[in-house]
Write a protein that binds this ligand. Structure first.
Ligand code: VAH
Length: 311
């Protein structure tokens, strides 16, 4: 059995759909802290799971003895700055609980998402390398950095086959983002179609590493399918996709929706988070270790998003 924890989230929703298509609906148990009526998730087995409740987790592992776990439950960067202690507790204690149960129940493989948020103001900002100074100043960012250290520690000390990707901002049409700093890049498409305009909470020239959800899910599956001997990074892999600014994304949307207008908010707390992150990522390790190659660029992502959201 495969268990996806945090299946109601932006990544979890699409991951459950993909894993069920691959392994069979009944082999993939979706789980989250609250129920969902999303047909993408509720079409198969679902359980209510709180990663901070060890009794619930023990029951989950005892009843299913999962071969794979995908732990996606987290509080993201923007919400994390509003609820710093809860973000630290959920992101850290949730991970450590799962690591301990995975060791106890000998789970064969685990996936845990990190983020480009692990880099900080003193990290190189262009083509940010796999190894460099990392001084993240968001609670989400340093919880992900600490989480990477725990993942590598449980690999080294317990031989746990846990794998991880430092996701860029993710853009998809099947699910909504949940409280991040890159959420503008999803909201803009919905607003462009609904109202022909969008007010960006990030400034026009804020370049960030982004990726189309199709590519992010494929990368996740490819990493998890790679033979263990090929995995040289047990903290978390840099993964590059597309790097663009709100102005560049707006111009691309305008090619399809000629009357679309973008405006910019005077101030938003998420600007400071974005300004502490890289503009672009170097993913040489992912390319060399397990053959990563992105497929979508800004033009094809924009066309695909609008095509699917119009339906
Ligand atoms: C966030 N979408 O904005 C997440 C992601 C790189 C960004 O970690 O917090």
């Amino acid at each position: 059995k495969i268990i996806v924890i945090g299946s109601n989230g932006q990544i979890g929703t699409e991951l459950v759909m993909n894993l069920r298509a691959k392994y069979g609906i009944d082999q993939v148990i979706a789980s989250d802290i609250r129920p969902t009526d999303n047909p993408l998730t509720s079409s198969g087995p679902f359980e209510l799971v709180n990663v901070l409740d060890k009794n619930i987790l023990r029951s989950l592992f005892e009843r299913h003895r999962p071969t794979q776990i995908y732990l996606l439950a987290a509080i993201l960067s923007a919400v994390g700055e509003q609820k710093p202690k809860l973000a630290w507790e959920l992101n850290m204690d949730g991970l450590i609980n799962i690591l301990d149960f995975a060791v106890e129940f000998k789970t064969a493989k685990l996936f845990w998402p990190s983020s480009i948020a692990v880099f900080g103001p003193h990290s190189p900002r262009e083509d940010t390398p796999q190894f460099c100074v990392m001084d993240p100043n968001s609670v989400y960012g340093f919880s992900k950095l600490a989480g990477e250290r725990w993942c590598e520690y449980y690999y080294s000390k317990h031989g746990l086959d846990i794998r991880s990707i430092r996701y860029p901002g993710l853009i998809g049409w099947r699910s909504e983002p949940g409280g991040g700093t890159t959420d503008y890049a999803v909201d803009i498409f919905h607003q462009a179609l609904a109202k022909g305009e969008y007010q960006s909470f990030l400034s026009a020239d804020t370049a960030l590493p982004m990726m189309y959800m199709e590519d992010a899910i494929r990368a996740t599956v490819e990493l998890m399918e790679a033979p263990a001997y090929k995995i040289s990074i047990r903290s978390s892999y840099n993964l590059a996709g597309i790097s663009f600014t709100p102005a560049q994304l707006s111009a691309e949307i305008k090619k399809h929706l000629h009357d679309f207008e973008i405006s910019y908010a005077d101030f938003d707390p998420r600007q400071a988070i974005a300004d502490s992150w890289p503009k672009s990522i170097d993913d040489t390790y992912a390319q060399n270790d397990w053959g990563w190659k992105q497929k979508f660029d800004l033009a094809s992502m924009t066309a695909d998003m609008l095509e699917n959201l119009k339906k």
